[in-house]
Design a protein around this ligand. Sequence first.
Ligand SMILES: [Zn+2]
Length: 351
Amino acid sequence: MNTSEIIIAGDTAGIEWRLPVLRFKGSDPKAPKVYIQAALHANELPGTALVHFLCERLRQSESAGQIKSDIIVIPHANPIGAAQSHFGELQGRFDLGSRTNFNREFPLISVKDRDGLLEDLERRSAIDKLKRQLLHMALGCDLVIDLHCDDESLQYAYIDEAFWPEAADLASAMEMEAVLLSDGESSAFEEAVGFAWKYETPEKRSRLPGKLSVTVELRGRRDVYPEMAMKDAEGLWKFLASRGAIDAAVSLPAFDGPAVPLDNVEIVRAPEAGTVLFHHNIGEWVGEGGVLATLITRPGMADGSVEIRAPQAGLIVTRNSERLVRRRADLMKIACKTASKATRKPGTLED
Ligand SMILES: [Zn+2]
């Protein structure tokens, strides 16, 4: 394992950020090149924990001469965000300076223009320097895995339909409980990578065999435990072996969880502000009209609560960890069989 650092000059005098980059050298130039990053949303640590144990496993593979692919690992992709606490609380998702989501506004370019990402870098803001260097590394690879997590959540992934069903091997290896099939229409990291590949030629390609760019949601923000991280690391290692990045025989069972388009995800929102009392947890199947939560809007009053019901039957994939919620707060994501009647903009489910 080779270690280096990318140094990013800060936007004010006397500041610089250091981004550790870990590399494994592969023995087979034809094997798919791999890029794995964690904690682009700086407060999402399950991926960092996974990567810690994955690197240990990869060092063993390296000692055994089993590494076939060049593999790049970024254990914590966002040192800028990791330093942005506000009154003692790490923000993590949005850059306090620019108010943009750390996982949006990645440049949408063709992979042919990859080297342009690093032109005039010194004139860009620190956060743009970071985003461009991450994307530049990823676009030199074939399998790109961006490790995130949700609030309270099952293990699931956002996978562009261009990679499905080939990517069912990743879902199987990681024992995912659901897959949400996305349309690739956003500036999130994973989708900027897919965009660059699709537009390698002027005519957009809709299938990308041998490639994968994926956002894995490693359960909830608090799901950071040694056994969990070791199991996830083993799952990802098996996926890498199954794709020929590591010289080891593995067999993966077929993925049998639900894989639904984003249009089939019901985002349950709070109709008013209040105290939320959930009736169901993540991982439970609910029927159409089933009570998901009681929302106490006027505590103590005879008519001071409302019931929130499931718009259609489905699997509860995520849940809000807050108990005092604002009007329109996202309470749950439910994966369903048919499209939601709620209108949805193209792109990601959340800002
Ligand atoms: Zn995230």
